[in-house]
Write a protein that binds this ligand. Structure first.
Ligand SMILES: Cc1ncc(COP(=O)(O)O)c(C=O)c1O
Length: 388
């Protein structure tokens, strides 16, 4: 077998990327006002069934704008999962608000039952919504992250949020193409259930522009405001009059051209990743102490990243030693993120009954999941897992 590197999640650029980027270059409209930006926005909006979409430089900027759209202000609090990439948590600080950390469920997503418990035990009603009794601060919003493409329990979260008048922001950066299968939101795409949603087109995501992001919402008015904020809040384009502080967050046409070509391939990518998921799951069933993390049956995942759960006592190796074995075989794998409530900028923030997240942090390893993963690469991964 070959010993060329096998990567965790690399881009698959086998569509019309070169054609569209070349066309964009030839047009000389390469910057943020190029037609490819609006074409890409419209294509994403059509795909997820949104009234529009607003392209951003990256998913983190998109999250920042979503918090502004949600009306989160300095001194407010926002409920966030401890188990996620830190971008959503940092975005809360960008608006001078404070994160309150929540635990995960068995799919690694926000534990909505614990969100309910937290609101019942530590919060009380206020004129504008809900107050955290420990700090006296209003809780304005909750950020639901669809971890590795697996859908958060949105039905239940939306009901809780409505009861407590919380704005729901979906961090669907990893979940473009995932959709609800059951319940009140059946058929809805990740990002299109809450008040605001965002996607990322970072190099490791299911589709990529090299870097990029997108905001979606059900309200056309909110989308117009997102466009205004991401384009420097320009109130008069001739004399450059600005009534608010804006941001230079718009995606360029060159990136959008690549994104459009990637989006055309998304259904095929999801199909391949779903097939990988089923194959990994079936093959891992024969190895005691290993299993593939399930996805919830109320949703259809895009299966962006596959997660191995390792039971060290039965398998004979723990997460770190297994990762080293993969590295020796030139196969990239990755543990999940250090929990955010333990990160230095956030150690003093409230973290409510964090119990499952440390359990999964110790046991989960993400394994090669690229849409372009070959059969030979897949066999190399399985070979390392069998040879313990
Ligand atoms: C869960 C999550 N949130 C936010 C982001 C931020 O997206 P970006 O890298 O495009 O800023 C990422 C990915 O990088 C992510 O995985």
């Amino acid at each position: 077998m070959s010993d060329t590197p096998v990567y965790l999640s690399y881009p698959c650029l086998k569509g019309r990327e070169i054609d569209y980027v070349t066309e964009c270059l030839k047009s000389e409209w390469v910057s943020t006002s190029g037609a490819y930006v609006t074409r890409f926005e419209q294509a994403i909006a059509d795909y997820v069934g949104a009234p529009g979409a607003v392209a951003c430089v990256n998913g983190t900027a998109a999250l920042h704008i979503c918090l502004l759209l949600a009306g989160v202000k300095a001194g407010d609090e926002v409920l966030v999962p401890t188990l996620t990439f830190i971008a959503a948590v940092n975005a809360v600080r960008y608006v001078n608000a404070e994160p309150v950390f929540m635990d995960c469920d068995d799919y690694l997503n926000l534990d909505v039952a614990k969100v309910e418990q937290f609101l019942a035990e530590e919060c009380g009603p206020a004129a504008q919504g809900v107050i955290h009794k420990r700090t006296g601060r209003p809780i304005r919003a909750v950020i639901a992250v669809h971890v590795f493409g697996s859908l958060c329990e949105l039905d239940r979260l939306m009901a809780v949020a409505e009861r407590h008048r919380l704005v729901v922001i979906e961090d669907a950066t990893e979940a473009l193409g995932s959709r609800m299968r059951r319940g009140a939101w059946a058929g809805r795409h990740a990002g299109m259930v809450g008040d605001f949603g965002c996607y990322s087109f970072n190099g490791n995501k299911i589709i990529t522009c090299g870097g990029g992001g997108m905001i979606v919402a059900r309200s056309a008015q909110a989308l117009a405001r997102a466009k205004y904020l991401t384009t420097q809040a320009k109130d008069d384009p001739l004399h450059y009059v600005h009534h608010e502080v804006g941001y230079n967050y718009r995606l360029t046409a060159l990136q959008a051209a690549m994104g459009l070509a990637q989006l055309e391939q998304l259904p095929g990518f999801i199909q391949r990743k779903r097939a990988q998921y089923l194959e990994y799951k079936a093959r891992l069933a024969a190895i005691p102490g290993l299993r593939l993390l399930d996805v919830p049956d109320y949703g259809e995942s895009n299966h962006w990243l596959h997660s191995l759960v390792i039971e060290e006592a039965r398998y004979g190796l723990g997460r770190d030693l297994l990762r080293q074995k993969f590295a020796a075989a030139r196969i990239e794998t990755r543990p999940i993120w250090t929990l955010n409530h333990t990160q230095r900028p956030y150690r003093h923030n409230r973290a409510y009954r964090i119990e499952k997240a440390p359990f999964y942090f110790d046991r989960v390893l993400n394994i090669p999941s690229s849409a372009g993963l070959t059969d030979e690469e897949f066999e190399r991964v399985m070979e390392v897992l069998r040879r313990r």
